[in-house]
Design a protein around this ligand. Structure first.
Ligand code: PEP
Length: 255
C-alpha cells in the first residue's frame, strides 16, 4: 500500500517567527483517524527552526528546491546534503514556478532528482501542462516529456523512493481546480509511464499527488480517486485550519 501524503508548499512566505507560529497551530489540529504523511516546505531560512518545532510531532519538513552539486563555487545555491543537515526529509523539484521564472528544464530537473536520491532525500517531482497545452490536447505529451525527462538514468530502486506531483499550471493559485476526473486521468497516465519505464511494482509504489487550488472544500472528491494519493498544497497550506481540513479529507478518503 503506497503512502498518502499531504505536502504544503509555503513558497516565498513566512518569516521564521511566522513559520514557527504556523507549525505550533498545526500541531494542535486534529488530523483524523487515518492521517497521511504531512510535510511542510518552508523557505530555506526557516527550515532549521521549523524542523526543531516539528521534531516528535510526525510532521516532516521539505525544501522547495536544491542544487545538484554538493558544495563549491555556486553562489546562492543550496545542496541536498545541506537540506538534510537542516532537517529536511523531502524536497520539491521542478515546480512550475521554477520552470517558468528560473529557467528549469527537464535536464536540470533530472540532475536535481538524482542528487536528491543520492542524498537520501525524497524528491517530490512536479509535472503538469499549461492552459494552452491542455486546450491543444497536449496534456499527455507534456506529462510524458516531464516524467521521462525527470527519471532519465534513475534506477528502479531509486524510482520507488520518489513522489510525483501532478500540477496543472492553469490550476496553481488560480482558484480553478481540476475536476476529480481530470486529475484521475492524468495520474493514471503518469502511473502507466512508470509501468513502461520500470514495472507494475514500482508504479504502484510511487505516491502521485495532485496540486492546484486544493482547498478543504474540494479536497475529498479529488482525494477519493484511486490514483490520487495526496495533495501538494500552496495557498491553503499557509493557514493551519485550512491545511488541517485537507489533511482530514485525506484521512477520510482512506488509509
Ligand atoms: C503549488 O504551488 O504547488 C500549488 C498547488 O499552489 P495552490 O495550492 O495555491 O494552487
Amino acid at each position: 500500500m503506497r503512502q498518502r501524503i499531504i505536502a504544503g508548499n509555503w513558497k516565498l512566505n513566512k518569516t521564521i517567527t511566522e513559520a514557527i507560529e504556523l507549525v505550533v497551530l498545526l500541531k494542535r489540529e486534529n488530523f483524523g483517524m487515518n492521517p497521511p504523511v504531512v510535510v511542510v516546505c518552508p523557505v530555506f531560512t526557516a527550515i532549521t527552526e521549523v524542523s526543531e518545532q516539528c521534531a516528535g510531532s510526525g510532521i516532516k519538513v521539505g525544501g522547495q528546491n536544491l542544487y545538484w552539486e554538493e558544495k563549491g563555487a555556486f553562489t546562492g545555491e543550496v545542496s541536498g546534503s545541506l537540506l538534510k543537515d537542516a532537517g529536511c526529509e523531502y524536497v520539491i523539484i521542478g515546480h512550475s514556478e521554477r520552470r517558468q521564472f528560473f529557467g528549469e528544464t527537464d535536464d536540470s530537473v533530472n540532475l536535481k532528482v538524482k542528487s536528491a536520491l543520492t542524498q537520501t532525500l525524497l524528491p517530490i517531482i512536479c509535472c503538469g501542462e499549461v492552459l494552452e497545452e491542455r486546450e491543444g490536447n497536449l496534456t499527455n505529451q507534456i506529462l510524458d516529456r516531464h516524467i521521462r525527462g525527470a527519471f532519465k538514468g534513475v534506477s528502479a530502486e531509486d524510482a520507488a523512493r520518489t513522489v510525483i506531483a501532478y500540477e496543472p499550471v492553469w490550476a496553481i493559485g488560480t482558484g480553478k481546480v481540476a475536476t476529480p476526473e481530470q486529475a484521475q486521468d492524468a495520474h493514471a497516465f503518469i502511473r502507466n509511464i512508470l509501468v513502461e519505464l520500470y514495472s507494475d511494482e514500482v508504479a504502484s509504489a510511487v505516491p502521485i499527488l495532485y496540486g492546484g487550488s486544493v482547498k478543504p472544500e474540494n479536497a475529498l472528491e479529488i482525494l477519493k480517486k484511486p490514483d490520487v494519493d495526496g495533495a501538494l498544497v500552496g495557498g491553503a497550506s499557509l493557514k493551519a485550519g485550512d491545511f488541517a481540513g485537507i489533511i482530514r479529507a485525506s484521512s477520510e478518503a482512506g488509509a
